[in-house]
Each structure stands twice: as C-alpha cells, then as structure tokens.
Design a protein around this ligand. Structure first.
Ligand code: GLP
Length: 258
C-alpha cells in the first residue's frame, strides 16, 4: 500500500494526475468511478483539464461502484444522476460509456451478475477511484461483507444512512435501506485502486484501512490485499496513523528508486 499524505487542497490535482497519465498511456482505459464528496476535487480538476483541451475521455469507459435500490436513474439522488452531474456531463465521455448497477431492475440478482459480466467484458477496471465511509465501508460494502464478495445486494447500516441523509433533505427514513454494490473481490480485481479520504471524520477508518487487522468489521482493510493500492489523505485523515512519519519518509525518498 502506498500512503500519500498531502495538503487537503493538493489532493484533487494529485489524483487527477494519475488518471491523466493513465488516459495518455491508454486512451481507452476502463475507469472505476466513486460517488460521494471525497472525489469531487478530482472531478473538478479533470473537468478543468478537459475544458482546457488537455485531456479527453472520448475513448474511455467507466463503471460506478454502487447504487441505491429503487431510485430511478432520473432521480437526482441516484448515484447514476450524481456521477452524471459531478463528472460525466462535464467531460467528453461517449454516450453510454459510463454504466452503473441497475437498482431498479425487476431481478436485482440478475442485474448484479450482468454488471460483473459487463466489467469483465470491458477487460476489467484499470483504475478504481474510491472513498471510504466513516464506519469503514468502500463502495457500499458494509461491515460483515465477505472479503471475496462480488456485486450484490446489501443492507445499509444506520450510520451510512445517517451520513447520507444530507442528500435526502436530512431525513434518514428517506434514505433507501438497500443498495447494489460492487463487492470487495470486484474492487480487489482492479489493476490500481486509489482511495481518497480527508478530514478527521475519516481518521479512524483510515487508521484501520492502513494499519488495522484485515477483517469484515472494517471492509476497507481488504485493500491491504490489493496488489496496487494508493491511499491519498490529508493531515486530518492521517491523524490517527501510528507510522505517519514513516509514510512521509517513503514519499520523500521514492524518486531515488524509481
Ligand atoms: C458512500 C458511498 C461510497 C463513498 C463513501 C464515502 O456512502 N457509497 O462510494 O465512497 O460512502 O462518502 P463521502 O466521500 O461522501 O464521504
């Protein structure tokens, strides 16, 4: 795991640089896109670069991580609508190039299987962007998620529904109870995963993700099994890390061996 501790206002450009370099190397790369507030500064930076003519998503494809069950795609609170507003509508993806799990399907189990197939048919995810929930979920893999899980139906914890109530007029009862989410196994198959976390509210989840024991209690700890995971955090999110000085030292001297 690579741990990058940066100024909060540098996080967006740092992660955008990785995506930008990938799209230069491989214009038809397959991107894994997270919703939520964590990647917003990255998406703002990417949109700026596309508008300046420095970057193009024209040949890229994207898969989102998760979706609420029962919210149609045109509901502004659905993750399909959120990723359209936050990224897709601001860059130059080809129509239909970004997909998400179908939380309105009549047969949700079949929709999950089909989503896994679509990712595999696209050749797998080259770069997966992730946020982390305060209780340690990635995508919507709540505590008790199997470390080898694939896309499936999950029940949201009360904590997650409280955290996300701000998008539902503050009404926790309006937040759907169920979701479809890529599994931890699906995420571990990505070729590179970058987790973004900022603020003290994320400090405990970051501590567990980087230094805790691997367990279903903190699903983000599964990333310790990922062959190439990068954690990009600000000082506040890094504040509970025991070995923060070591991670800074690694970053300071990484050029010497690259
Ligand atoms: C949400 C989403 C995740 C997101 C995480 C953190 O509930 N399902 O995909 O990464 O929780 O959200 P935020 O970035 O808004 O803190």
């Amino acid at each position: 795991m690579e741990i990058v501790i940066a100024d909060a206002d540098a996080v967006g450009a740092l992660v955008a640089d990785e995506l930008h370099a990938l799209l230069e190397r491989r214009p038809d790369a397959v991107l894994g896109l997270a919703t939520g507030s964590s990647p917003l500064s990255v998406y703002d930076e990417l949109a700026r670069r596309v508008q300046d003519g420095r970057l193009s998503f024209a040949r890229a494809r994207g898969f989102t991580l998760d979706e609420y069950v029962g919210l149609p795609a045109d509901d502004p609170r659905s993750y399909r609508a959120v990723i359209d507003a936050d990224l897709v509508s601001r860059v130059d993806f080809a129509p239909g190039a970004v997909r998400g799990p179908d939380g309105t399907a009549e047969d949700l189990v079949a929709a999950c299987l089909e989503y896994e197939r679509a990712i595999a048919d696209a050749g797998g995810i080259d770069l997966q962007i992730l946020g982390v929930g305060t209780a340690g979920h990635i995508a919507f893999n709540e505590p008790s998620s199997s470390l080898t899980s694939r896309t499936r139906i999950k029940t949201l914890t009360l904590q997650t529904r409280q955290d996300n109530a701000r998008f539902f007029g503050g009404d926790v009862d309006a937040v759907p109870r169920h979701c479809l989410t890529q599994g931890l196994g699906t995420i571990l198959d990505s070729r590179h995963a970058i987790v973004i976390a900022t603020g003290t509210r994320k400090a405990a989840a970051v501590r567990e993700m980087v230094e805790g024991a691997i367990s279903a209690r903190w699903p983000c700890t599964a990333l310790q099994l990922h062959p190439r995971a990068t954690v990009v955090i600000d000082e506040a999110a890094a504040s509970e890390l025991e070995l923060a000085d070591y991670y800074r030292e690694v970053q300071e001297h990484r050029d010497a061996v690259e």
